[in-house]
Write a protein that binds this ligand. Sequence first.
Ligand code: GLU
Length: 472
Amino acid sequence: MAEQHYDFFASVIKSFDKAAKFTKWEQGLLEQIKACNSIYSMRFPVKMDDGRIEVIEAYRVQHSHHKSPCKGGIRFSDEVNQDEVMALAALMTYKCAIVNVPFGGGKGGIKINPKKYSVYELEKITRRYTSELVKKNFIGPGIDVPAPDYGTGAREMAWIVDTYTSLKPGEIDAAGCVTGKPVTQGGVRGRTEATGLGVFYGLREVCNMVEVMKRLNLPIGVEGKKVVVQGLGNVGYHSAIFFQRAGAKIVALAEYEGSIYSEEGLDVDAVFNHRKSTGSILNFPGAKNFNKNTDALEMECDILIPAALENVINGENAPRVKAKIIGEAANGPLTPEADEIFIKKGTLVVPDMYLNAGGVTVSYFEWLKNLSHVRYGRMEKRFTENLNTHILGQIESLTGKNVEQKERAFIMHGPEEADLVHSGLEETMITATREIMDYWHSNNEIPDMRTAAYVVAINKVGTSYAELGIFP
Ligand code: GLU
C-alpha cells in the first residue's frame, strides 16, 4: 500500500530533472513542461442510503495543454490526494507523448473506498462529480476525457457519459467525453484487456532483444520465464493471463490480503476464481501462503510485474528484490531511491510511463471511433473476406491443391474491431519499446530506461511547445 506522506509529484519531478539534463531545452520551457496547468479541487455533498450527508473530496488535474484534449483516468481510492493526482496527471502527459497519442495529460480522483459504498451511492457520487466537471468546463471530447483507473471501470464510465450527454443535449460527439465505456455505450472492443496486453507486448519485445537478454544473462523470449505479478485487478490479471498464454510460468501472485507461490506455476484463472469464491487469494490448493502482498516482490523470478499502486518498491525493500526485469504495470510503483539501487544491481526497470500505455492507446482508438461514429472493421471486413476468398480460389485452381481448413479460416478472416484494436496496440508498444531502447543505447551517459523514456517524452512535448510558441 502507498504510504501516507509519500511525495509522489516530487518523485516525478526528480525523474524528470534527471532526464532533462540530456535534452537541449531552455530552463523556462522545461519548467512549463513540468508544471500542472490546471488543478480543480472540489468538495460536494452526497446523500447516502441512510439519509446522512457526506462531503466528498475529489480532484481533476490537467497537467499539460500542449495537445487537446487532456486524457487520463479517474481513480476511486482512500489514498487519493492532490499530490497523487498531480503526479499521475504528469505521467499521463509523458505516457501519451511516448506512444504518439495526441493528448495532454490529465487525471482525476475521488477520495473514497468504493467497497464501502452501495452501487447507488457510487452512482450518485460519480454523476455529481461529472456535473461538477461540466460546470467548470473540465470535461468534453475536445477538452478533457476521463477513463477508468484504480477502483473504476466500464460501469462508472457509463454513468459519466450518461450524465454528460444529459447536460449537453445535441452535442454530436458527446460519446467521446469519456473512454473505457461499455461496448453498448460507445466503448471499443479490446479496451478492458488493453493495459495488460500492452504490458505483455512491451515486455515480450524486451525479451526478444538479443543484446538486452545477453546482458541480463537470460534466454531470449517469454516462454519459460518465471513471472511474479503483484495485484490481480484489471491490469495485473490481464498481464498475468497473457504471459501465461505465451508459455511463461506465473510462480507468484499477490493481492491485498497476501501472496501465494508455486514453483510449478499458478493457473491465473483458477486463482482468480478461488479469490472470487473464498474472498482471498490465500489457501489456493498446492500453493504456499505469504502474509504480506509485498512478500511477492522479493521472490525469486525473472520478471516482476507490480500492477497495483505506487511506491511499493522503495529504498527499503529494493535491495531484496531478486527479479532481473521489473515491468511497471502500475503507475509509479518504484521510488527514485529504488531506481538508483536497480541501476547498481543491473536490474532492468521497464518504466510505467510507456509500459502501461496500452490503456490510453486503446482509449485513443475508442475516442476516434466515437468521433467517426462507426465501428472499426465495419467498412472493410466483408470486402477483405471476399478478396481473400477470391485470391485463395485462384491459388487453388492454379496449383490444383487445396489449402487446409484451419489455414483457410485464418487467411480468409476479415478484420473485426478487436483484431484491429489489438494490432494497433501491438504496433504502438513495439515501436515505443524500440524507440526508447535505441535512444538509451545510443547514449552511454543515460543511466536507465526510465531516464531514456523521459528524454523521449520531454523531447516530444518540448518540440510541440517550441513549434507552437508561447502565447504572449
Ligand atoms: N488510467 C489509465 C492510465 O493510467 C488509462 C487512461 C486513459 O485511458 O485515458 O493510463
